[in-house]
Design a protein around this ligand. Structure first.
Ligand code: C5P
Length: 304
């Protein structure tokens, strides 16, 4: 590691359960969700610089500098510490942008961790989680990783017991979806008629503890799926392709449009992944597993 720089790795998430409740007075929806971090990582280098610079490599279209959530994280921490925000952040991006996998939130979590280390701020995990919640509903989970229940607007995190490995195929779409637009579409659909709701989370939590992916498959659920499909109707085809090609279940990840397909094993996921890629119905396919650890500092001799 060059002096005055810190490297951080941070995972993407999918939601095994995403129950969307009513709109609160602050405009956010009350959520009960089960986050699950997967081993698809963004890597950030945070280094001393002059002023704030945020640069993304690997994927086009990410916002720069103070418009990037990672830049906002650095500004928030510098303001708290009462120091100038002199930092260069380089993001090597693998998590899709606007893909429903909390990529921007992950980068914000990594920037918090990296800047806290770079500036020798002695923050507790709870203090970091507080800053994370200020930045966005999904940011606290990106610090924690693993599998966890999220309540409130998603920012209140409680780890769950099941630590069994789960294997997934991710079908990543060409265009992204804006999270507020998907919430708004769900509100519109609900106002127009009865939209089925996912219900409670207890059966899914029991399935996670059992470690049986077949049982888990029958309890995956996402209230935002109908809204994501309404905005991008081709997702219906992608969801169907997952089960047609042998996955145990397919589900839209968060607000979409990434589709996560649950498989029995790593070998099974590799097989399903090849078949899905061969259909040409999405931009790219990734085979991943979870639960992955949350944001953490990596040393120079670590490859990942
Ligand atoms: O928290 P975050 O900034 O990621 O949220 C982005 C947008 O998604 C919010 O401005 C809101 O429109 C919507 N949202 C919501 N309810 C939540 C989380 C997000 O309506 N629980």
């Amino acid at each position: 590691m060059t002096p005055g720089s810190v490297r951080v790795r941070v995972p993407a998430k999918i939601n095994l359960h995403l129950g969307v409740g009513e709109v609160r007075p602050d405009g956010f929806h009350e959520l009960v969700t089960v986050f699950h971090a997967v081993d698809l990582y963004d890597k950030l280098t945070v280094a001393n610089g002059k002023g704030l610079r945020v640069r993304t490599v690997g994927i086009a279209g990410a916002p720069a500098d103070g418009d990037n959530l990672a830049g906002r994280a650095a500004l928030l921490l510098a303001a708290h510490a009462g120091i100038p925000c002199d930092v260069r952040i380089e993001i090597v991006k693998t998590i899709p942008i606007a893909g429903g996998m909390a990529g921007g939130s992950a980068d914000a979590a990594a920037a918090l961790l990296g800047c806290a280390q770079l500036w020798n701020l002695e923050l507790t995990r709870a203090e970091l989680a507080g800053f994370a919640a200020e930045l966005g509903s999904d940011v606290p989970f990106a610090l924690t990783g693993g599998t966890a229940v999220g309540t409130g607007r998603g920012e209140l995190i409680a780890p769950v017991l099941g630590k069994h490995p789960l294997h997934w195929v991710l079908a990543i779409s060409d265009g992204g979806l804006s999270t507020p637009a998907v919430f708004a579409e769900l509100d519109r659909l609900r106002a127009a008629g009865d939209v089925p709701r996912v219900g409670g989370v207890t059966a899914l939590l029991a399935a996670l503890v059992s470690g049986d992916p077949g049982l888990l498959a029958s309890h995956l659920g996402n209230d935002m799926q109908a809204a994501a499909v309404s905005l991008q109707p081709h997702l219906r085809r992608v969801l169907f392709a997952g089960t047609q090609e042998g996955a145990l279940a397919s589900i839209v990840s968060g607000s979409g449009p990434t589709v996560a397909m649950l498989c029995r094993s790593a070998e099974h996921a590799a097989e399903v992944g090849i078949n899905i890629a061969g259909l040409g119905i999405c931009k790219s396919v990734r085979v991943v597993s979870g639960p992955a650890p949350g944001a953490r500092i990596i040393s120079d001799n670590e490859k990942s």
